[in-house]
Ligand binder design. Sequence first.
Ligand SMILES: Cc1cc2nc3c(=O)[nH]c(=O)nc-3n(C[C@H](O)[C@H](O)[C@H](O)COP(=O)(O)OP(=O)(O)OC[C@H]3O[C@@H](n4cnc5c(N)ncnc54)[C@H](O)[C@@H]3O)c2cc1C
Length: 486
Amino acid sequence: MLRLTLQLRLSRGLLSRGLRTRSRGPFDDKDGKWAEFKKKLQVVWPGGSWEPFSNTSHLPPEHADVVIVGGGVIGWSVAYWLKRLEARKNAIRVLVVERDPTYSKASTVLSIGGIRQQFSIPQSVQLSLFSVEFLRNINEYLAVPDEPPLDIQFCPSGYLMLASEGNASEMECNVKMQRQTGAKVCLLSPEQLKNKFPWINTEDVVLASYGLENEGWFDPWCLLQGLRRKALSMGVYHSYGEVTELVSSVRPMVTSRGEQVNIKRIYEVHVKMNNSLEYQPVECAIVVNAAGAWSGQLAELAGIGIGPPGTLQGTRLPVEPRKRYVYVWHCPQGPGLEAPLIIDISGVYFRREGLGGYYLGGCSPMEEDEPKTQDLEVDHDFFQKKIWPHLTHRVPAFNSLKVRSAWAGYYDFNTFDQNGVVGPHPLVSNMYFATGFSGHGLQHAPGVGRAVAEILLNGEFSTIDLNVFSFNRFYQEEKVFEDYII
Ligand SMILES: Cc1cc2nc3c(=O)[nH]c(=O)nc-3n(C[C@H](O)[C@H](O)[C@H](O)COP(=O)(O)OP(=O)(O)OC[C@H]3O[C@@H](n4cnc5c(N)ncnc54)[C@H](O)[C@@H]3O)c2cc1C
């Protein structure tokens, strides 16, 4: 059906604008025959940077059923699941467009690789449970013949969340829900906490929750590369360039509330190739917005949020970059191998990094202290003023720590309720979202990719129901607030 729709769209598009052709030449060259032929020609027709035809192998295909914008962990997960769940081999053509081949600003590779079961929304717990199963069996999911197995470097370690008087009852409710959903989490009184982790100052702690299994951290690069490698081996196309324009057809309509709206359908994506002023048009049936911290900007390209405030047309995708620092410190007197990933009452978090007395950690700033996002410079004063005092209060041994390095990355921050956005847009009916996870998108990528593939291929979620994360909640002002954002 998807294919049929696309075919119709393609023929209409090509006819209306005259037949546009682009020589792609024999450059896929999977069997090396083109390289061999070129070598022979160069012998009879020598020259420096000799190239008889222009090489177009780096260009995206002229059409794709699904164009995924953003080649981070979420984009590649959607691509992988689409190929895995498609009804028959090569039924759909999937293209992933990524503007930065080095991933220098992508959240995926700047994250700290954590996975936990302790969330306040049942769907997030379900996603985490699935992710752990996926990571445990990663070489069954992502094996590629003749390629080495993936080493995800999973480091099992519970998350330890600390609660004060103010949020202890909330913690109790959350733990109840987490257990009902299948997670193994226990509650600890201050005394039990002190017995288990004697190096923690429990003075102002009223309750703690501790993950007994399926929590820890892993190598984000490995997951990204594993998904990418597998998806490519299954026939996914990819292209390095920036999506700069989404061309759509418009059909005006009046809603049941009497609101005049424009129903849009994107039929062409413009990909500006790296190191070039030109763009390549790609005709498409579906666009997946997996542009991470920049997905709000991509949504605007489709006209989302451009309209009178308070209307569906004027409701924007509230996802934007928020800069977060991660500091790495050395402290041989610190808690050592026993340290779980601690989320303090203050919001400061830390965990062990390796085995040599190193730790890493950070903290989200208050809304009014949000740093500017034009670059990824690290503010070292932030550690001195906002993090270190809380660290030494909780773990007195950290008084003697020495900061050794630091980096910054962007959260794909959903300013509305700090939770993911999954599924189609109500007006731009062929743009699907997979974004906005605000600091927990890495761990949920396997389940989110599967959910988006399900809804694209079958029109509904068949494993984990993620309707709660639909775009409509922004318009209806129904928050799905996540309590545990660090
Ligand atoms: C410091 C830090 C710590 C974190 N720790 C954790 C953690 O412990 N656990 C966890 O689960 N999550 C964590 N996260 C969050 C997690 O990294 C993100 O939620 C997740 O990586 C989002 O994946 P993504 O693929 O959507 O985004 P990205 O990895 O950012 O990928 C999006 C890609 O889209 C590309 N793009 C954007 N616009 C365009 C365009 N117009 N055209 C083409 N390409 C485009 C970008 O170049 C980018 O590569 C952390 C994040 C940070 C910054």
